[in-house]
Design a protein around this ligand. Structure first.
Ligand SMILES: [Zn+2]
Ligand SMILES: [Zn+2]
Ligand SMILES: [Zn+2]
Length: 459
């Protein structure tokens, strides 16, 4: 026994427990979650008419007198099985908005649908992978004495890729303020699309909702230079949403035109600051718009859904942009495991976050995401189902829901989370088995998809 690791000894002790089989069932029910939440308590279900108790469940009879439930973390770096589940849900949510399902009618497939990518503008030249980085015939140096060009050829994975040629020339202030306004840029963009659609057919803007409805699902992706890209599916329906046909003028061509016009014209001003002045923020000039056809030409619907789902499971530790947890004190930034470019962005957030004029942007609270606030995936209400609806679906399939017409009394208490070393080992094995047996070919779809992946770093 002495040769065994602490985890192995712990696993053996667990396996010898008389309630091991039941414990393993619980671990399987969480999909092998790496950090399950422990609950203790009970539920009682009865028939209100007769008062007869139909079902009683109490954790007192469970191993350790507790029930394990999923942590539901979306990040693969935190909990691989829960992040896989989350990616699957995201895939189905995005897919339902493209081809129907999950209470969305299949007719959405015939609607004008676009897959678009909006980029951040340049905040200063950065090293690029691929061909020669930034060749310059005349050489030359910036005011800080650093070369203006770079003749090297960098590998995709080279640490230098995405780093500025001169950190002192790079506009860190504009970069984090752009992130802090990305949500507003997107709102203005979607409003602009509606406005351009309306005016292109001579409708007053205010009448647009009576004729058509714009739905979308979007994800944020951090590029190598740690600036956010936005990938989105945009769909045009009739005024009532997914079940409603758009008007005859609502074509993919017209929608494409409105997307281009709006992306070019959106302008957001930062609040005036005595230290910074006022910045005018726009989208980058790189814009990718691909109509999704239902005739097999162009990007495949599943590929688009898989491509979007891929981003929601990425934690900061994988993208290298920021950290998984928020920064509490300034010195956290000094010790964060990030490259110097990202550290400079986090410092800019901290510095600007101390200015009263930027207080509403909450830059210190969002220093770990480099000033970008909000969710990785955002959907408009009419796009498709919700995560909550998918979870309710799953609970029903597993028979967790009580039949209609019954009353229930539930008393639950949080008692802790996580696994012991040995339990973690067993849970990881369960998660691996489930992953292996699941015939989801998302991985393959992603690889041959590569849609929208052609956009490189700007600037
Ligand atoms: Zn989990
Ligand atoms: Zn270079
Ligand atoms: Zn410089």
């Amino acid at each position: 026994m002495r040769q065994l690791s602490e985890a192995d000894r712990d696993a053996i002790r667990l396996a010898q427990d008389p309630k091991f089989a039941r414990w393993l069932d619980q671990v399987r029910a969480t999909g092998g979650c790496a950090h399950p939440i422990h609950l203790s308590g009970s539920t009682t279900t009865w028939d209100p008419a007769t008062g007869e108790v139909l079902r009683h469940y109490d954790t007192r009879d469970e191993p350790g007198e507790r029930l394990l439930i999923r942590c539901r973390n979306r990040r693969a770096s935190v909990c691989p099985p829960c992040s896989r589940l989350h990616a699957g849900d995201t895939f189905h949510l995005v897919r339902a908005g493209l081809i129907g399902g999950k209470n969305v009618p299949p007719t959405v497939r015939n609607r004008p649908r676009l897959f678009i990518t909006l980029t951040a503008p340049s905040f200063g030249p950065v090293h690029r992978a691929g061909d020669r980085c930034r060749p310059r015939r005349d050489g030359g140096t910036c005011e800080h004495g650093r070369p203006l060009g770079c003749g090297a050829v960098h590998e995709e994975t080279a640490p230098l890729v995405g780093q500025p040629l001169c950190p002192d020339c790079y506009d860190y202030v504009a970069h984090v303020l752009w992130h802090a306004h990305a949500g507003k840029l997107w709102d203005r963009f979607t409003r602009g699309v509606r406005r351009h659609l309306a005016t292109s057919v001579g409708l007053p803007q205010s009448r647009f909702p009576n004729h058509a409805r714009l739905s979308f699902a979007r994800v944020a992706e951090y590029q190598k230079r740690a600036a956010v890209h936005v990938h989105a599916v945009v769909r045009l329906d009739g005024p009532a949403g997914p079940a409603d046909e758009p008007p005859p003028w609502g074509t993919a061509d017209r929608l494409t035109g409105a997307v281009h016009a709006s992306a070019q014209r959106v302008l957001v001003h930062t609040p005036y600051s005595p230290a910074v002045g006022q910045l005018a923020l726009r989208w980058g000039t790189q814009l990718d718009v691909r109509p999704l056809q239902n005739d097999g030409t162009g990007p495949d619907d599943d590929a688009v859904a898989a491509y979007i789902a891929k981003y929601v499971t990425k934690g900061a530790s994988e993208t290298g942009a920021g950290t998984d947890h928020s920064v509490l004190i300034c010195t956290d930034i000094d010790t964060a495991r990030v490259n110097s470019h990202v550290r400079a962005l986090m410092r800019a957030c901290w510095r600007l976050g101390g200015l009263p004029e930027y207080a509403p942007l909450r830059l210190r609270a969002w220093a770990h995401t480099l000033g970008y606030r909000g969710h990785i995936l955002t959907k408009s209400r009419a796009y498709s189902a919700t995560y909550a609806a998918l979870r309710a679906d799953r609970a029903e399939q597993h028979g967790h829901d009580d039949p209609p017409g019954t009353a229930a009394d539930a008393r639950w208490r949080y008692t802790g989370f996580g696994h012991t070393y040995g339990a973690a080992l067993i849970a990881a094995g369960v998660a691996q088995d489930l992953a292996d047996s699941r015939q989801v070919d998302m991985e393959n779809r992603r690889d041959d998809a590569r849609v929208g992946a052609g956009l490189g770093a700007e600037g």
